[in-house]
Design a protein around this ligand. Structure first.
Ligand code: AKB
Length: 316
């Protein structure tokens, strides 16, 4: 087992649950403290160290870091794109304050590493939409995207100014069966599997040809841990890395589901999230991550659909 003591802030969310389970298998259960503002997710309940923690509460975070002898922190608490648009100031406060205070604690407490997720939401309508490069025009139009881009710049600044080892990925839409997404524009691609199994039909809040970059959670978790374990010399950018696996539209994911559930039908009722999706890339060029630290995805749409339907069906 590796000698690190890890704190996950926001462990009850879509990424946090699976990341906690994966990190515990690498570093040992007792070496990964999961925390969230709410009670433990069923998969984390009585399954290892757990603390109730508000990501905005700096004194409580510092106390926990000291009490547990934490060496690395994964900060996952955030308001995502769709929820953020409903209360932009709150989204900005939560997403920024939690990061800035942790960066300060990272310097003060000499944390060995911090992980903070970014997103394809940093890109906006003026960015090239196809094979969006690592470095390009970045003019986000959602408060979530603005906070992620500002956060990337802060992470880069703390590295350059104080040598803090902060690492970050620009996640595409993430698709998982263990934990539910919350408040994102890409959430339709998770809901559709649940509805296909339960009701054999789904109404998409994005139009049929809305292509977006997506990734199966297994790839995202493996990529995150590989990034964090990569030797420091390989971290040649301190902005977040583009990360890519697949791109599809609601029509295409429906067709992939119909191969398993032929009677499944989809219709479309685009809402305010359509405008957010229209401003984001349709596909991502992640050559930099592939070259710097050997990132490689494993799941495409077919393989992910088989895994999602098989695993969700077990819970019905
Ligand atoms: C969202 O849709 O807001 C997130 C994201 C792409 O960061 N899933």
């Amino acid at each position: 087992m590796k000698k690190e003591k890890i704190l996950i802030i926001g462990a009850g969310g879509q990424i946090g649950v699976e990341l906690a389970l994966a990190l515990r298998s690498v570093y040992g259960t007792d070496n990964v403290v999961a925390s969230d503002i709410k009670e433990a997710h069923p998969m984390l309940k009585d399954a290892g160290p757990y603390a109730i923690l508000n990501a905005m509460d700096a004194p409580a975070t510092l106390e926990l870091i000291r009490k547990e002898g934490i060496t690395q922190v994964y900060l996952l608490a955030a308001l995502l794109s769709a929820t953020g648009e409903k209360d932009p100031k709150r989204a900005w406060d939560i997403n920024m304050q939690s990061l800035l205070q942790l960066l300060d604690m990272g310097v003060q407490e000499k944390l060995s590493k911090i992980y903070w997720p970014s997103s394809i939401a940093v890109f906006g309508p003026t960015t090239p939409h196809h094979n969006t490069p690592q470095q390009t025009v970045i003019e986000p139009r959602t408060v979530y995207g603005i906070s992620k881009y500002a956060g990337e710049l802060w992470c880069q600044y703390y590295h350059q100014r104080w040598g803090l080892d902060v690492r970050s990925l620009r996640y595409p839409g993430l698709i998982s069966w263990k934990s539910a997404p919350g408040g994102g524009t890409t959430d339709y691609a998770v809901e559709i599997y649940h509805e296909a199994l339960k009701h054999k039909k789904y109404t998409s809040f994005l139009s049929e040809d809305s292509y977006l970059p997506m990734m199966y959670m297994d790839d995202a978790i493996r990529g995150t841990i590989e990034l964090m374990e990569a030797p420091i010399e390989q971290m040649k950018t301190r902005m977040a890395y583009n990360l890519s696996a697949m791109s599809f539209s609601p029509k295409e994911i429906a067709a992939a589901i119909q191969k398993h559930i032929p009677e499944f039908t989809i219709d479309y009722a685009p809402d305010f999230r359509q405008q957010i999706a229209d401003g984001w890339p349709k596909s991502i060029d992640d050559t930099t991550a592939r070259e710097h630290w050997n990132w490689k995805h494993e799941f495409d749409l077919e393989k992910m659909t088989a895994a999602m339907l098989e695993n969700l069906a077990k819970g019905l």
